[in-house]
Design a protein around this ligand. Structure first.
Ligand code: BGP
Length: 465
């Protein structure tokens, strides 16, 4: 079967500054740089972000390879800790302004649309230690100052801006599940941080609309949407699914697209005594500054069931997981290397949800991908990694995406995570996701089979499944 996508479809891939550039030329540490310096044993094989995929030094060659695999758009991010010299005043590090100018120009010269994100988990470490990071609304205001610099410096060439990548992962990683520094478990703080990030995003959008001169330019947010399918139709499982969906998805989705948090979630948090501190002025900013369009990162769904112990009888501090337990559905298809379920139909469910519940806002798949370890297992005699599993993974997700689009959902692109194998937080280089491999011993980069395959899809706008 041949599926045709629109002529102007974004065929691309996504990375981030902290995961690709390396720390070269940076005067400040973000929380991951800091964590690695303090405790390298936390990271897989003790590999930290110092070199990453060396994009700082090899961006010209890397962008040439991205062009070679047919990408017409690439998302990366501007590192707050690279661009800014003094976080309070947002004064600039000129050498790094020059670096980002050169990167943007290189993308454009190669016919690749640069899509720019402003925050990809890379909170400056000193803003955590001085203010408690996102726990403090002042840090959100400093972030807006950084964003304003970006709009002024690069807005003549960047038309596509995103405020935050996966705010829920920041909340979970830093305050619930211990995979981002400061590695806390504190549900009440998690709730306030979620609110503070949403407020910072809305204030950034307001600043963008004041500064931006180009009517073609747009701004959005990137959310990891994880449908929370119930284990059964029992009342308990349905209630668990409803809460998980409100907390994991609709908190940021409703606030960013509709301008208000879901009332069901607010009522529950209030009844539990953990609702965020908000002022009417702040809520008005959130209401008035919704997104132009949306990026959706999709890797895996959630499957949930009623918690083993009733939420109300738990005498521990509040955690969202009081209301739902993960459910390991028998027979589910797994990517065992990463431990995530593979369920491509969820992309279709997301597409219809956006169509039906969010004003059919324009959106794109801003990340989707399959992390596989020891990919050198699949090297052929010509030195190419034969990643047929990745081709199949992309095909299946594009199949369901196309079906959602046929049924009226306004999706305008698909970005794989990631163009070139890059450094991945605590997992470092354990799982590889790219169209292009990186040998971390010598930084040699080689196009995988999936990269050659994708080039054809991107060139023709036709997917064979
Ligand atoms: C997303 C992040 C990416 C990337 C990806 C892969 O949540 O936006 O930065 O890391 O996940 O996940 P992991 O690095 O855990 O394998």
């Amino acid at each position: 079967m041949k599926l045709t996508f629109p002529k102007d479809f974004w065929w691309g891939a996504a990375t981030s500054g902290p995961q690709s550039e390396g720390r070269f030329g940076k005067d400040h540490a973000n929380v991951f740089d800091y964590w690695y310096d303090m405790d390298p044993g936390v990271f897989y094989d003790q590999v930290g972000p110092n070199v990453a995929s060396n994009f700082y030094n090899s961006f010209k060659e890397d962008i040439r390879l991205m062009k070679e695999v047919g990408l017409n758009s690439v998302r990366t991010s501007i590192q707050w800790t690279r661009l800014i010299d003094d976080f309070e005043t947002a004064s600039l590090n000129q050498a790094n302004v020059d670096f980002y100018n050169a990167v943007i120009d290189e993308f454009i010269a190669n016919g690749i649309r640069p899509v720019m994100n402003l925050h990809h988990f890379d909170l400056p470490a000193e803003l955590y230690h001085k203010y408690g990071g996102w726990e403090n609304k002042h840090v959100g205001d400093l972030f807006v100052k950084f964003a304003e610099q970006c709009f002024r410096l690069f807005g003549d060439r960047i038309k596509d801006w995103f405020t935050f990548n996966e705010p829920m992962v920041i909340v979970e990683g830093q305050y619930l599940h211990q995979f981002h520094y400061p590695n806390l478990v504190d549900g009440k703080k998690a709730v306030q941080v979620a609110y503070n990030i949403q407020l910072a995003s809305a204030k950034t959008i307001r600043a963008f609309r004041q500064i931006n001169q180009n009517p073609e330019s747009k701004i959005g947010i990137i959310l990891n949407l994880t449908p929370a399918y119930p284990a059964s139709q029992s009342a308990g499982d349905l209630a668990a699914s409803e809460f998980a969906d409100l907390w994991l998805n609709r908190l940021f989705m409703d606030a960013s697209t509709l301008g208000a948090f879901p009332t069901g979630l607010v009522a529950r948090l209030e009844a539990d005594g953990v609702l965020w501190e908000a002022t009417p002025e702040e809520l008005a900013i959130i209401k008035d500054n919704t997104i132009d369009y949306l990026g959706v990162n999709f890797y895996h769904p959630h499957r949930v069931q009623a918690p083993a112990i009733s939420a109300n009888s738990l005498a521990v501090d509040w955690l969202p997981e009081k209301y739902f337990d993960e459910y390991e559905m028998p027979g589910r298809r797994m990517n065992v290397d990463k431990g995530w379920e593979i369920y491509p139909k969820a992309v279709y469910d997301i597409a219809l949800d956006i169509r039906d519940n969010y004003g059919n806002i324009d959106w794109f798949v801003s990340e989707n991908g399959m992390g596989v370890s020891r990919e050198d297992r699949y090297l052929n005699d010509a030195g190419v990694i034969e990643d047929d599993y990745r081709i199949q993974f992309i095909q299946e997700h594009l199949y369901w995406l196309h079906k959602g689009m046929e049924e009226g959902s306004n999706c305008f692109g698909y970005h794989l995570w990631t163009p070139i194998d890059c450094w991945s937080w605590k997992n470092a280089y354990r799982n590889r996701y790219g169209f292009i491999s990186t040998d971390i011993r010598n930084q040699k980069k080689t196009i995988k089979k999936s990269g050659h395959w994708f080039k054809e899809v991107a060139a023709t706008d036709v997917l064979e499944v």
